[in-house]
Each structure stands twice: as structure tokens, then as C-alpha cells.
Design a protein around this ligand. Sequence first.
Ligand SMILES: NC(=O)c1ccc[n+]([C@@H]2O[C@H](COP(=O)([O-])OP(=O)(O)OC[C@H]3O[C@@H](n4cnc5c(N)ncnc54)[C@H](OP(=O)(O)O)[C@@H]3O)[C@@H](O)[C@H]2O)c1
Length: 326
Amino acid sequence: MRAVLAEGAGGPEVLVVRDLPDPAPGPGEVVLAVAAAGLNRADLLQRQGFYPPPPGASDVLGMECSGTVAAVGTEVKGWAVGDQACALLSAGAYATQVAVPVGQLMPVPEGVDLVAAAALPEVAGTVWSNVFMLAALQPGEVLLVHGGAGGIGSFAIQLATQLGARVLTTAGTAEKRDFCLTLGAEVAIDYHDEDFVEVVKEHTGGAGANVVLDNMGAVYLERNVSALATEGRLVVIGLQGGTKGELDLNALMRKRAAILATTLRARPSEEKAAICASVVEHVWPLVAEGKVREIVDTTIPLDDVRRAHELMESGTHTGKILLTTS
Ligand SMILES: NC(=O)c1ccc[n+]([C@@H]2O[C@H](COP(=O)([O-])OP(=O)(O)OC[C@H]3O[C@@H](n4cnc5c(N)ncnc54)[C@H](OP(=O)(O)O)[C@@H]3O)[C@@H](O)[C@H]2O)c1
């Protein structure tokens, strides 16, 4: 198979496409012939040397893909050679083939083409597990989504809106803010020039947001807590603004609020499988009905992986960037 490795740590130039032995399916695994792999911010961090794959995982980059089942291991039920699927992985997706534990495999939602399906596992798994399974966002509650035009953000806006929440969001350009409004956000805040705390208060009668989905970490910690409503839940899923922040815990206590922080990649396979099953049950029907859709900014051939990383680093994309194998 062909697969992408980072040889050394650094910029996109450390990415190389190499020939590696084809994977064989272990017990409880299938091998997918990959149609497309999705890019994630974490891939950039891994390339830079800051985010190694979990112990035992492949050095091949990539945490999600779509493809066709090419081989089935022992103890696998319900999947056969030729089936189309998408998968949530710890590593190994930037390749023409990958072995996948069967619990991390999901059917392609009805109406979604095979390549575009690679845009779904990470965003659906991350948003569903954090905003709904963990923070338990309820219909009628207010969700503040930071970075609403990104891969995660654009999915969070759609899913929360469809499930009856009010969504406020932040984005960096007028074009991206307009896009967030078309996805269902009630307000799109300019994170360069506006104070999101004030805008959230203004649009919630002073109450604040019940849930905040945060990609920035340290730089927004204090302001995110200020933006929370009583009994609000701040879920930190990204650290684009640093890892170490300072907080007056009194602000949290007064609101009886909670800060949660998670990463999907490090979870054991059984937890990923439980999230995948829940996504297929709760999210896929909305995708199949066209109420929530995958948003693909650009598809780029696997051999041009450096260009794909440059595009994500430029921040000019909206939604997902995919690598295709043919
Ligand atoms: N914990 C987990 O399991 C998990 C899983 C997947 C992703 N994530 C995290 O989720 C975040 C989004 O990932 P992604 O794949 O969707 O990447 P992405 O498409 O590149 O999105 C990055 C987002 O960051 C936004 N942003 C940049 N500076 C900002 C600021 N000062 N305030 C608010 N937003 C700002 C960008 O907004 P503009 O484009 O408008 O500038 C963009 O929407 C990343 O931090 C990633 O590490 C976490």
C-alpha cells in the first residue's frame, strides 16, 4: 500500500508517501481499501512532533477515512468484502489500505457518496460525544460553538440546531460568519473585533450559554467561564490558544458550572466503538434525511498531502479537507 509518514518533525515538507506492506486483518478487524481520508488539526500537531500516536497505533497519519471492505478477519460479523464504510481511527488513515477494528466502522449514511463520507467520522464522533453524550445539551438550550466554520464547528452548528438548541458561534471572516448563519447559527461573532462574552449575554437576556464547545483552551478559559449560564458546561476539545490558563474558581462555583476536557483519539477502541454506535443511531438518520450534511472544502490527491496540510494551516478552508486515493 501507499501511506503517508512524517519523516522527522516540522512543516509539510516532512510528509512523505512511502510503499509499506499491505495490512492483514486481525481478529475482529476488517481491511478497508481507502477511498478518502479526512484531515484534522491533530494531524498538523503530529507532523510537528507534538502529538504522537497512542501506544501501539500506526505511525501512518490520519484518524478517519472512508472506503470499501477488502478483507475480513475472524470474529467479524455483519461486514463483508465489497461493503462501503467509514471509520474512526487512532491512526493509519492517510493510506490506500488500513486495518480497522470492526466497532470503529460505520456504514456510509444514505445519500452520502463514498469519498465525502470521509468527512464525517471525526466531526460526528467529536460533536456527538462531547456536546450531547457528555455535556447533555438539551432542546431549547444555548450552545456557543467557537470556530463555527471549521470542520468541527460547521457540524456542531448543524447538529445542535437540528436537535432544537439555539446556536451562537464565532468565526474569523465575514464570509465564514455568513456561512455559519446559513448552517443555522443565530448569531456569528467576529472573534477578532467583538467580545463574545458580551454578545452571548446580549442574545441570552444576560443568562449566558448552557454549553460552550471550545477549540482554543487557555486563551479563552476565563472568558468562556464568563459566557456560561448557571449550571453551564464548558467542553474543551482543542488547545489552539495554549494549554495553561488561570481561572478564579469562584466564578465557576457561583454558577455551579463544570469544565470538561476530552480527546477522542486516546480513548480505547471499546469507547470509540460505543461512540460510533451512538453516532449511527442518533446522527446518521439526520444525515440521511439531509438535515445535517458533510461539508467538504477541497479534495486533494494523497500524493499532494503537503498541499493539503498547507491549506489547513492557512486557515482559509471552510469545513473539511479530504485526501483521495485515486
Ligand atoms: N478533542 C477531540 O477529540 C478533538 C477531535 C477533533 C478536533 N478537535 C479540535 O477541534 C478543533 C477544530 O478542529 P477542526 O478539525 O475542525 O479544524 P479546523 O477546520 O482547522 O478548524 C479550526 C477552527 O479554529 C478557529 N479559530 C482559530 N482561531 C480562533 C479564535 N481566536 N477564536 C475562535 N475560533 C478560532 C477557526 O476559525 P476561522 O476559520 O473562522 O478562523 C476554525 O474554525 C481543533 O482545535 C482540534 O484540535 C478535538
